[in-house]
Design a protein around this ligand. Structure first.
Ligand code: ADP
Ligand code: MG
Length: 332
């Protein structure tokens, strides 16, 4: 059955029935605005992401359930990067009336499974007909105790640069997809169903361990540059310390040119953060206890936003940053 047969209000009613209600949501789906109370002493943190068909995703490369998961995960990742607890989500959805209801149902399942995993409540949204592409707009609200969130601007000379998980897997999957080659399952999963590092972000904030933090969405080098510029410091990355998955290591050993996807590829949704040297062992201990993989990949120095790489031959060279920029694809 087509979406046009269910209608806008039929769809909204279906979403309302499926979405769990939260105890602090005084008014949610079904009224003109959501009304919510936050824990006392907490600040509100809000982030929004747009996902546009053929810009951020291709429907022939993803299933609808994964699309729903990813739309939520990329948004949760932004709150994780602030060290905030995600609480409420708002879903804007525009798709053509001829969309099959099963596709919407699968998309919605992905959204609700992903929010449910973090006890995030879908508290509202907007639903429209689209003359062409799918457009998904996701807003997340979260909270953190006053003065606990972590911005991009706190890195200090002497801090260590750390990153969670592994780098480049999603970009490597996208590389294969764009060549018409099916990527291996572990890489495809990183691309289609990224995981927001919610637990790690909150842990670092609670213990005040990170001086600056960002999530890696546009590529390690470009996202690190945002920290360096906001903090007015320089950064040095050690190429040999970059954390790779087994699949990424194996494939890039055969095709060394692809190794740069770890630096310039995007959509890792790992956390990149800086840590004062006297707090580094505490980060490693707490993360090991919780089985959250974290690697030290470099150091912060005095400067004004410059990024360098010490490569495999121990030569240091400046990095001309090539993070993803929607309006300016090739900045260097
Ligand atoms: P309005 O015309 O006042 O914007 P809508 O008819 O768009 O109201 O929405 C009615 C209710 O349904 C609102 O509470 C809105 O937040 C909710 N809603 C609409 N679309 C979605 C969606 N895609 N996901 C979750 N809630 C939605
Ligand atoms: Mg509306």
């Amino acid at each position: 059955m087509k979406l046009s047969e269910l209608g806008e209000f039929g769809l909204i009613e279906r979403i309302r029935r499926q979405a769990p209600k939260g105890p602090d949501v005084h008014r949610g789906i079904g009224d003109d605005a959501a009304e919510i109370s936050l824990p006392s002493g907490h600040h509100l943190l809000t982030s929004i992401d747009l996902l546009i068909e053929n810009v951020h995703f291709r429907r022939d490369w993803t299933d609808y359930e994964s699309l729903g998961h990813k739309a939520v995960a990329v948004n949760l990742s932004d709150l994780a990067a602030m060290g905030a607890t995600p609480r409420y989500l708002y879903l804007g959805l525009a798709c053509p009336g001829e969309t099959d209801q099963d596709e919407i149902a699968a998309f919605l399942k992905g959204v609700l499974d992903e929010t449910g995993q973090y006890n995030v409540i879908l508290a509202g949204g907007d639903t429209c007909d689209s003359p062409g592409p799918w457009v998904i707009s996701v807003t997340v609200e979260g909270s953190a105790p006053a003065n606990q969130s972590i911005g991009r601007d706190g890195a200090q000379p002497g801090d260590l640069i750390m990153v969670s998980g592994t780098l480049g897997d999603s970009a490597l999957a996208l590389h294969f997809l764009s060549k018409g080659v099916e990527p291996e399952a572990s890489l495809l999963a990183r691309h289609l169903r990224p995981t927001a590092q919610v637990e790690l972000g909150c842990l670092l904030a609670e213990h005040r361990l990170a001086s600056a933090m960002i999530d890696v969405s546009d590529g390690l080098a470009g996202d690190l540059e945002h920290i360096l510029q906001a903090s007015q410091v320089d950064g040095l990355i050690e190429e040999t310390k970059l954390p790779f998955s087994e699949a990424f290591r194996r494939i890039t050993e055969k095709h060394p040119a692809l190794r740069e996807l770890a630096l310039y590829g995007g959509e890792d949704y790992e956390l990149l953060f800086t840590v004062p040297p006297d707090r580094a062992s505490e980060v490693m201990r707490l993360c090991a206890e919780r089985k959250l993989p974290v690697t030290t990949i470099g150091t912060i120095g005095k400067g004004s936003g410059g990024l360098s790489l010490r490569d495999r031959s121990a030569a240091e060279k400046p990095i001309l940053v090539r993070g993803y920029d929607h309006f300016c694809r090739f900045r260097d």
